[in-house]
Design a protein around this ligand. Structure first.
Ligand code: ATR
Length: 276
């Protein structure tokens, strides 16, 4: 059998941790295959996707800036990718068809359930900060899990409003940033999807006082692993979930589809990816 090939397309793609992640699994499961970096400028994305089949790829991941633009170059897309409006994983069929999906929602919810088993979808309202692509995946996952109220707080109110309109105005309630206190009041889950707290970005400075002490605080930022938000939540003894797990779990269905083995997320994998 020929070695199986997969990879990640982005521009730039040097800093991606996905190669370290997939290579760890290839080695762990003794699979003959490779996962390579594919630097693809925006104007070449269509051509690059078109060449995957003849180059022998089983599929690829997509990262910035290709996740949204790829939608128009694929043979088919899943319901998840359509609703989230972004593709992070492509599977190739034997006859060269390209199927795009989005595993970020799966990664987010699987990690949340693993790291905070006390959290239940019916525990109360969830607060999501941010209204970009990551927020769309998180809102999709929370709605799919059965959360009945998602308070969507974003600096630019218009973006939160259009996300709610598109994805489910009945359960997603846009809130202006100034209403943070009311949004946090009585919430069972707080998720940061903004870039605040990321290395090189300002900290996310919000007053957590209105948040119940039982509420789970999940930051999807993973560089650094302990963001100022998570440090503040830990200091007041809220259960916390860091962002690395979402990255690890989103890769699970992709690896399974390409290489035929459902891989496990383990402490050894976490340590390996952190050190990469
Ligand atoms: P992604 O697709 O990764 O989610 P994005 O679309 O660039 O990234 O979204 C970044 C999010 O961080 C947005 O919600 C953005 O708020 P705006 O919609 O108002 O731009 C949020 N964000 C970035 N810098 C911010 C800041 N200084 N204060 C508050 N929110 C900020």
């Amino acid at each position: 059998m020929k070695p199986i090939k997969a990879g990640i397309m982005g521009w730039p793609v040097d800093h991606s941790r996905s190669p370290a992640l997939h290579e760890f699994w290839l080695k762990t499961y003794g699979i003959e295959g490779s996962y390579v970096r594919l630097p693809v400028p925006p104007e070449s994305l269509g051509a690059a996707i078109g060449e995957l089949h003849e180059k022998g790829f089983s599929g690829v991941n997509l990262t910035v800036p290709h996740k949204e633009t790829a939608l128009s170059f694929l043979t088919g897309i899943t319901n998840e990718a359509r609703q989230i409006g972004a593709v992070n994983t492509i599977f190739l069929t034997a006859d060269g068809k390209t199927l795009g999906t989005n595993t970020d929602a799966y990664g987010f919810i699987t990690n949340l359930r693993a790291e905070a088993p006390m959290w239940k979808p019916d525990a109360g309202p969830a607060v999501v900060l941010g209204a970009g692509g990551a927020a769309r995946a998180v809102c999709f996952a929370l709605q799919d899990a059965g959360v009945s109220e998602i308070r969507l707080v974003n600096r630019t109110a218009r973006r939160a409003e259009s996300l709610a309109l598109e994805m489910g105005p009945r359960r997603i309630k846009p809130q202006p940033w100034e209403n943070m206190k009311e949004a946090l009041d009585g919430a069972a889950l707080l998720v940061n999807t903004t870039t605040l707290g990321m290395k090189g970005q300002p900290a996310l400075e919000i007053d957590l006082a209105p948040l119940p002490p039982t509420a789970v605080v999940n930051d999807i930022v993973y560089v650094p692993l302990e963001t100022p938000l998570l440090a503040a939540a830990r200091a007041r003894k809220n259960p916390t979930v860091d962002g690395l797990g979402m990255l690890l779990y989103q890769a699970q269905p992709a690896f399974a589809g390409w290489f035929g083995v459902r891989p496990e997320v383990t402490p050894a994998l976490r340590a390996h990816v952190l050190a990469a």
